[in-house]
Design a protein around this ligand. Sequence first.
Ligand SMILES: *Cc1c(COP(=O)(O)O)cnc(C)c1O
Length: 405
Amino acid sequence: MRIPMSSPDITEAEVDAVLDVLRGTHLSIGPRIREFEEAVAALVGVREAVGVASGTVGLHLGILAAGVRDDDIVITSPFSFVASANVALYERAIPVFVDVDQRTGNVDPSLVAQAVSDLQHGGSAADRWLPPCLQRNARPRGRVRALLPVHVFGQPCDMDPLLETAQTFDLYVIEDACEAIGAEYKGRKAGGLGDAGVFAFYPNKQMTTGEGGMIVTRRDEWSALLASLRNQGRDIFDGWLTHSRLGFNYRLDEMSAALGVAQLRRLDELLEKRARVAGWYNDALSDESLLQLPVLASTTTRMSWFVYVVRVASPGDRDRLILQLERQGIPARPYFSPIHLQPFYRERFGYQDGQYPVTEDLGRRSLALPFSSVMTESQVDEVCRAVRRALRETVQTETLVAPQR
Ligand SMILES: *Cc1c(COP(=O)(O)O)cnc(C)c1O
């Protein structure tokens, strides 16, 4: 493909930073990880950050810190990357999905409040929210322990009502901010609003460390716990072969941390470049009546553009559009594919089409276009010309094959 779906944005500063580590003696647990953690904590405005091997394991540590255990319920979004629900399963808890706001694709706070209330009361009202396999006699015995809202595509969820629900029902809030570093909700940083927030630095994210992630927390008592869980259950005062609890090797190495420090220094630049690319797309496609462009909520005071996702009118159009674009050498992807409809969620929980209509509708009509901070205006134009051409062809095909009435 001439124009890639995404690309990292690496300069000589990043190359030098990584080489510097390689020329030294500490390849893991050295000074770079601490520097990276302090920089992310400062960015988000929290005291503590713990660098980890990926966004997924950061979310797992959040689930552990929240004390989520067997048969507990974690409320989250079905319109997300699969990891945000899987982390509840890692602790034998149950991710319970709540449908999303159709404008932003973020979890609907009023549905979350209703779900928590019904689930806490138990009884038949709970069944509306539970997966088919866990209704009636099979209802989980644990309690709702945590909310795990996902800031989809770099736009913060409507956090105030979610935090209020958490307060009312005594729940922890773990923000999946893996797509939202630098984003702001009513002037407050995404990831710093709940008990913990998690960022991810896979190469397609706004900034990268190769593989890597970071969990931040406002809770002083969680920071030592998170650091210990990441490092095989060692406490700071433990010896190398003393393990106070069941832990993991979820550490981030020094090469990745050095890359992270260098990328973070450029975060404003990276986010501005991405916003500019999104602006080019908006301008080029705003008069295209066959597409719906991304919508920003009034609570989003800073968007951290992760992907550029558009919607078409009907599902058939979306898949034909992707094929037509592929033929023109332009990649595009369905995004997201709902979690509850993933093969192993269907199998394990009995999910079927229709349970989360808004999520499923977005899942069928959305596609991500090529997007990165290194895209040029002429590349965006090329994609948009291909999109328009493909739309015309798609619509024509549809008219041709449509049954006569
Ligand atoms: C990228 C991402 C993750 C996981 O990050 P990894 O570093 O790939 O483990 C989790 N949740 C969401 C919403 C993501 O986009």
